[in-house]
Design a protein around this ligand. Sequence first.
Ligand code: GLC
Length: 445
Amino acid sequence: MPHDLSLPPHWRWFPESRFGMFIHWGPYAQYGRGEQILFREHLDQAEYERRACAWNPQHYDPAHWARVAQDAGMKYAVLTTRHHDGYCLWDSQVTDYTSVQQTPKRDFVAGYVEAFRAAGLRVGLYYSLADWRIPAYWDGPAVDPEGWATFRAYVHAQVRELLTNYGKIDVIWFDGAWPQTAADWKSAELVEMMRSLQPEILINNRLGADKEGDAAAGVVPSTGRSRHLGDFGTPEHEIRAEDRLWESCQVTTWRLWGYTTGERWRPADLLLDMLVESAGKGGNLLLNVGPDAEGRLPAEFEDRMAQIGAWMRIHGEAIYGVEAGDVCEFITYGRQTRKGNNLYLIVRFWDTNGEINLGGLATPVLRATLLTTGAEVPFTQSEDHVLIGGLPAVAPTDLFPVIRLECDDPPRPRPWAKDRLWGGDPRRMTGWAGKRGQSVWTAAP
Ligand code: GLC
């Protein structure tokens, strides 16, 4: 579905962006074992609260965060305003468990939106519906209807604060709806309120599942994700295309989102491949960082973002605003993205024979360019193959070289090539096999 034709103009920045920064930051960073330590290690709630209230980061520098994101080629960001532990990074009036009323005496959300807007990035706010401190959250509406109603009113009031007091917010990113339904959260009311406060906002799909509808639409109610509410899908730790706007959220480390000490880091080429795969399937990548307790970005993250940013400065046209590009089979070389009449071949596996053989493109190619060097490269095109030559034996970049094929029409596959291996109508390949003959014996004389 060509997104630029079906989307309201004020949402077109999202597919144009393709790449954003997810920031998980809160008092849990003091422990160095992720954002869920309160629950996962069954900590004493009062002790956790005491330590959270004493949290006092000394190196919070959102302008630096924004520079790192911008240099990496990211176009938007999403910051956790309140995670499941209940601590608020903004000046909430409905609780004192905030970074303004406790030790820091700072509104971290205000600093973030100002700095990222100043750097030209769009701003998103993550908000967890869950608050692990509150018994009524765990009991739910059936067991504690009054406690639930009070807790839900707290949640709605906080969302109203976030979408009223910090200017134009581009994305609201909910989480923590489990195990209640959209009806339990009164999410439809929440959506109506948000649209009235922020008419152009994008709302994600984690507003609680609608037990009846979502299962039929292939959404597992227990995930708390809705097929009906929200504007974009949020496949997590996976890259799975949806028939609407969608964004894969991924960690840069092993599994956790908040800061962890002694972490194992995913290499830059794997992180870039996530971005290329997301864009190639027609979606966005929201790539996460967990700043440390002082507010510093881990050096390992900054190093990887610098590598990806250098690549994006040369090859960004193969990512920004592209549509699902899986035109024909290319997995033995890498991935592909598509924009207008251009097909981008993003090469992971650069062999040294100086040529690439693309099978299955039906559209005539007018020009082939090795984007990485800017050099036009020679090619020949037959009915089933485009053979691109004149390529350097050594890959011209440590990450992925990109070849741009300018076609005389939007690139489309040969009939046999529109589906991948183990997909589509197997009989599309019969003629191809039949050219050799029918026998299990070799055709050789
Ligand atoms: C999961 C985790 C949560 C994290 C979120 C990011 O829901 O529980 O900690 O913020 O993923 O998508």
